[in-house]
Ligand binder design. Structure first.
Ligand code: ARG
Length: 453
């Protein structure tokens, strides 16, 4: 029997019931819904809106319903539309008239806004934990690879030598900011909508501050219409998820490239790779590809929710029921991706030799060779030109810059002396970086120390 049936003279068809229902997906919010209802019943009792006995009976029964749901003993029905009315119906089935009093001074509009906020508070803590674990993995890996030299790229062309630790710490910083972003978003999620009623507030002497304390919210939302109408907090959350997925996706792209025979920098563990059904030799980096692919879903979730909200007149509209699936999908996807990504990272093998070799060939010490000439008093632009010609010469000869003889060096500039070989050794190119936040061994050591502090 529908809870809102009073005004209706005809029944819904089964197809309209099915179309209208959200229980298929919002049952995920059962715990938040019941916890919110318990706080609400407590407040109603405290304020004398219902009696203390009624309040007690409702709370006790809600706790039993919660236990029964968790024990798999409860069946939800489409006829009861959503999680709110399903639970209220079960409550009333169990305690009759008293159960019907729970919805006093409340609407499903503030109820659902509360449920999503509570759910996102819980999930933010989960995502935060996963990010924290990933940061630790990255820092550990960087610590092990402080001396692992590899090419740094721009335009995917070999640019300047860096250490693997430096490269990993670049991602460390990105994920650390993601963590910050979730924490900042939480400040806006952590505000209580309950007690706003359908849109205009209620005529009862409610205590919203009490509800906020009871449910652990930092603040009460100051405007009831805003409280039931907007989903910006959820959008912000999916935006945080999107940025995290974008970072993961970029990293995955690199791992995919690095594990190709062409690069050969890393090898993924067998447990995080898959084979081909036709090509026996294949070992594919499917996990990394899936994370890269799933980033697209999360961006889609964000676009979906933005589009759902963009034309809605205030306050609540049923369109807002469509907010839940994108939110759930973003939560599930970002959590699964963060978990599997960390495992993948922890189990991969780094081919240090291949990285070092790639760093030696590719003229990545050309900038350092130019800097050497600058130190001999030649203006940088001229140095750039001289070294450019030397690189061209070396490419034609098929050698590295440091393979050139002293005579060859001096044929390009009189300023070259024996110490050029030292100055452009790959190790020295790294060591010589002096700016704050550089790839030098010293700076990376400091970056690691700062992270630990
Ligand atoms: N299932 C609804 C949702 O998810 C709950 C709020 C319904 N409110 C209403 N006035 N029909 O948005």
């Amino acid at each position: 029997m529908k809870l809102w049936k009073g005004r209706f003279s005809k029944q819904a068809t089964s197809s309209s019931d099915e179309f209208n229902a959200s229980i298929g997906f919002d049952q995920r919010l059962y715990k938040e819904d019941i916890t919110g209802s318990i706080a609400h019943a407590k407040m109603l009792g405290k304020q004398g809106i219902i009696t203390a006995e009624e309040s007690k009976l409702i709370i006790q029964t809600l706790q039993e319903i919660l236990a029964d749901i968790e024990a798999g003993k409860v069946e939800f029905t489409i006829e009861n539309e959503d999680i709110h009315m399903n639970i209220e119906t079960i409550l009333t089935e169990r305690i009759g008239q008293t159960g019907k009093k729970l919805h006093t001074a409340r609407s499903r509009n503030d109820q659902i806004a509360l449920d999503i906020r509570m759910y996102l508070k819980k999930e933010t803590a989960e995502v935060d934990g996963l990010l924290e674990a990933l940061l630790k993995t990255l820092a550990d890996l960087a610590e092990q690879h402080q001396k692992t030299i590899m090419p740094g790229y721009t335009h995917l062309q070999r640019a300047q030598p860096v250490t693997l630790a430096y490269h990993l710490l670049a991602y460390y910083q990105m994920f650390a900011r993601d963590k910050e972003r979730f924490a900042d978003c939480l400040k806006r999620v952590d505000r209580l909508p309950l007690g706003s009623g359908a849109l205009a507030g209620t005529t009862y002497n409610t205590d919203r501050q009490f509800l906020a304390e009871e449910l652990g919210f930092a603040q009460v939302l100051p405007n009831g219409m805003d409280a039931v109408a907007d989903r910006d907090f959820a959008l912000e959350f999916i935006n945080c998820c999107s940025i995290t997925m974008m970072h993961l996706s970029r990293f995955c792209e690199e791992l995919i490239l690095w594990s190709s025979v062409e690069f050969g920098f890393i090898e993924m563990d067998d447990s995080y790779s898959t084979g081909s059904s036709i090509m026996p030799q294949k070992k594919n980096p499917d996990m990394a590809e899936l994370i890269r692919g799933k980033s697209g879903r999360v961006f889609g979730d964000m676009m979906a929710l933005l589009t759902i909200c963009k034309g809605l007149p205030l306050a609540y509209n049923k369109d807002l029921q469509e907010d839940k699936e994108p939110v759930f999908d973003a939560v599930d996807t970002v959590k699964a991706s963060l978990g599997i990504f960390r495992e993948m990272l922890e189990t991969l093998t780094v081919n240090e030799q291949t990285m070092a070799k790639a760093a030696k060939y590719g003229y990545m010490n050309a900038t350092d060779a130019a800097d050497y000439l600058v130190s001999k008093g030649i203006p940088f632009r001229d140095c750039h030109e001289i070294i450019g010609k030397m690189v061209l010469y070396s490419i034609q000869k098929g050698v590295a810059l440091d393979d050139l003889t002293m005579e060859e060096f001096q044929s390009f500039s009189e300023a070259f002396e024996e110490d050029i070989y030292d100055a452009i050794s790959i190790e020295n190119c790294i060591k010589a970086k002096k700016s704050e936040g550089s790839t030098s061994f010293e700076s990376v050591g400091k970056q690691l120390a700062d992270i630990k502090a």
